[in-house]
Structures are given as structure tokens and as C-alpha cells.
Ligand binder design. Structure first.
Ligand SMILES: NC(=O)c1ccc[n+]([C@@H]2O[C@H](COP(=O)([O-])OP(=O)(O)OC[C@H]3O[C@@H](n4cnc5c(N)ncnc54)[C@H](OP(=O)(O)O)[C@@H]3O)[C@@H](O)[C@H]2O)c1
Length: 342
């Protein structure tokens, strides 16, 4: 079987396709999955470049997000049969309830080997049946990006998104586009800010009603306040230090800022005082990492009931993994970058 490994965490060119002599076999309680597609997250770029905290297994197989079909099961597995179409879970051991420190110890493509491989053995609790309306390439986008957006807006939230609410989405990458789709499905008013008019047109085609180009309108929070004078109910905050001040100026009192990512650098001349800004905004800041198996089960139902299809920007073949990572790095994509696993 063929798998990608990260020889050294020093850049995309260190991603190496290797041939292994044998296909692993599932033991008691395990399931062997023939992976059919993987998708990339910003985290996968950080991992391959050595910018994500380890430790990692030696010769790490990258990527948390993938989908495939069950090809054999070990003893004591009645939950899955050969032919089931499944996704792996980002946190292999976070089943339900609140996240605990130990759930970080077994996350795909980080503390454990990932899915950029033709075959992978999972513990039976580490996979889930994928939504019946999706292809492998679409379902491969769900475990990290999809579930993070779903967690923000629909699960364990202090206030879940619903009709008559407003959601501000920063950027048009994987998590952000999923958040826009889930918010539209919930009947919310969706505002997207992006670097590009072309990307904003794609967001509009998904149902986002208000579009702001932050390259042309750097003080985009003023525009948000024109659209929703009292401020938005939710912000999908993927920028971090570089965008938080504007997010806090956009959110209503008691609204939620979902602290998900760290893409934007803070201007060194900016004397933004986080504590003071949070205090006066009256906002609830909420950080979290992906989601549990129970949340994933709920997301599968939402995707099926609303016939939501993840936005796949481009599909690369298995031998083009380095090109796929470079495309992701270029930030030209809208939604997800996928690698088909032939
Ligand atoms: N907490 C969690 O569980 C979790 C889960 C998944 C991801 N994350 C984090 O969330 C972030 C997004 O991840 P992703 O995989 O969705 O990334 P991605 O697909 O690579 O999205 C990148 C997009 O973000 C936008 N962006 C980049 N720099 C920006 C800036 N300075 N200001 C505003 N927008 C900017 C750009 O879209 P436009 O050109 O449209 O502006 C860019 O195309 C990353 O920091 C990632 O590590 C966290």
C-alpha cells in the first residue's frame, strides 16, 4: 500500500510517497478502511512546516480529514460491515460531553498518524458513517473543518444559531465556508468578509446575503454595523489577533465570538487592549478545538436533512499531494482542497 509520510517537518517538499509491503489487518474492535479521499486544513500546512506543536509519531502520515470504505472488520465489531462509507474522527477518543485534556492525545495527522494513505486501521469508535448524500470527496472535508463550524454554530453553544440571528463569517476558507452554509441552512442572516470579490460571489451563491471586501474596506466593522446596527449574534473568528478588535466591534452585547483560528497577524503599531475591548463589548469569547463524535452524528443528520454539499474548490490526484498543499498555501481556494486517494 502507498502512504505519504513527513520525513522532516521542514516544508511541503518533505512530503514523501512511500510503498509499504503489507496492508495492516484489523484486530479485535478495529476496522480497516480503504481511504478514498483526504482534504487539507490550515493545520496540515502548519504540521508539515514544523509550525504546529508536537510531539508527532516518527514519519507522520499527515492529514486529519478523510473518507473511505470499510474493507474488513476485526472481532467484536458489529457497528460496521464491509462496504460501509465512513469518515475518521479528528479527535479519535472524544466521544461525547465536554472536551478533556486526554482527548488531545489521539488526533489524526497530529499526535497520531493521519489519513493520507490508501489504508488505515481505526478503533471502531474512531470512525462514523458519512452522510448518505455525499461523495467520498465531499465527506472527506467534514472531520475537522465541517465539525469545527458545526460546533461553533449548532453544538454546545451558549446560544445556537437560528432564524432572525446574524452570523459574521471572516474569510472564505474551509471552516468559514462551512459556517456560512450551516448558518444559511439555519435561516440566519449571513455576512461574509473576504479579500476578494470573486470569492465573495461564491459565498453569495451559497446564500450569504451581505458581502464585504476587507481589502477595499479595511474598517469592515463599520459596514457590519450599517447592516446590523445592534451588532451580530455570532462571529466566526478565524483571524485571531489581527481581526479580533474588529470582530468585537461587530458583535452585539451578549453575542458570541467563536475563537477558532489565528490566520491574521496583529499590526505591531496597534495598541488594541483585549481585556478592555472584551469588557466593553459585552461579548462572549469562546475557544474550542473541533468537536466530539456525538456532535459529528448530529452534523451528519443536519447535512442529510438540508442536503448540504461541502464546497470543494479543487481535487488533486494522489500523486499530486505536494501540489495540493501548495494550492492550499496560496490561499486562492474557496472552501476545501481535496486529494483523491486512488
Ligand atoms: N479551533 C479549531 O478547532 C480549528 C479547526 C479548524 C481550523 N482552525 C483554524 O482556523 C483557521 C482557518 O482554518 P481553515 O483550514 O479554514 O483555513 P483555510 O481554508 O486555509 O482558510 C484560509 C482563508 O482565510 C482567510 N484569511 C487569511 N488571512 C486572513 C486575514 N488576515 N484576515 C481575514 N481572513 C484571512 C482567507 O480567505 P479570504 O481570502 O476570503 O479572506 C484565506 O483564504 C486556521 O487558523 C486554522 O488553524 C481551528
Amino acid at each position: 500500500m502507498q502512504s505519504y509520510h513527513i520525513a522532516k517537518h521542514e516544508g511541503i517538499e518533505n512530503l514523501a510517497l512511500t510503498q509499504e509491503a503489507t496492508i495492516p489487518q484489523p484486530k479485535r474492535g478495529q476496522v480497516l478502511v480503504r481511504m478514498r479521499a483526504a482534504s487539507l486544513n490550515f493545520r496540515d500546512l502548519l504540521v508539515v512546516k514544523g509550525l504546529y506543536p508536537g510531539p508527532f509519531p516518527s514519519q507522520l502520515i499527515p492529514c486529519s480529514d478523510g473518507a473511505g470504505e470499510v474493507v474488513s472488520v476485526g472481532e467484536d465489531v458489529s457497528e460496521f460491515v464491509v462496504g460501509d462509507r465512513v469518515c475518521g474522527l479528528f479527535h479519535q477518543d472524544w466521544i461525547a460531553g465536554d472536551m478533556k485534556d486526554e482527548h488531545m492525545a489521539n488526533d489524526l495527522g497530529g499526535s497520531s498518524h493521519g489519513v493520507l494513505s490508501q489504508y488505515r486501521v481505526f478503533e471502531k469508535h474512531g470512525i462514523i458513517k458519512m452522510p448518505s448524500n455525499l461523495t467520498f470527496e465531499e465527506a472527506a472535508t467534514l472531520p475537522c473543518a465541517g465539525l469545527t463550524a458545526y460546533h461553533a454554530l449548532a453544538q454546545n453553544g451558549i446560544k445556537h444559531v437560528g432564524p432572525s440571528q446574524s452570523v459574521l463569517v471572516i474569510g472564505t476558507g474551509g471552516v468559514s465556508i462551512f459556517a456560512a452554509q450551516f448558518a444559511v441552512a439555519a435561516g440566519a442572516k449571513v455576512i461574509v468578509v473576504s479579500s476578494s470579490d470573486e470569492k465573495l460571489e461564491k459565498a453569495k451563491s451559497l446564500g450569504a446575503q451581505h458581502l464585504i471586501n476587507y481589502s477595499k474596506t479595511p474598517n469592515w466593522q463599520e459596514k457590519v454595523r450599517e447592516i446590523v446596527p445592534n451588532g451580530v449574534d455570532h462571529v466566526i473568528e478565524v483571524g485571531g489577533a489581527g481581526t479580533l478588535q474588529r470582530s468585537l466591534q461587530s458583535v452585539k452585547r451578549g453575542g458570541q465570538v467563536h475563537m477558532i483560528g489565528l490566520l491574521a497577524q496583529k499590526d505591531p503599531n496597534d495598541n488594541f487592549d483585549v481585556g478592555m475591548s472584551v469588557l466593553f463589548s459585552g461579548a462572549i469569547l469562546r475557544g474550542f478545538i473541533v468537536g466530539s463524535r456525538a456532535m459529528f452524528e448530529d452534523m451528519v443528520k443536519t447535512i442529510e436533512n438540508n442536503d448540504i454539499h461541502p464546497v470543494v474548490d479543487k481535487v488533486f490526484s494522489f500523486d499530486q499531494a505536494q501540489e495540493a498543499f501548495k494550492h492550499m498555501e496560496s490561499q486562492k481556494h474557496v472552501g476545501k482542497v481535496v486529494i483523491r486517494i486512488d
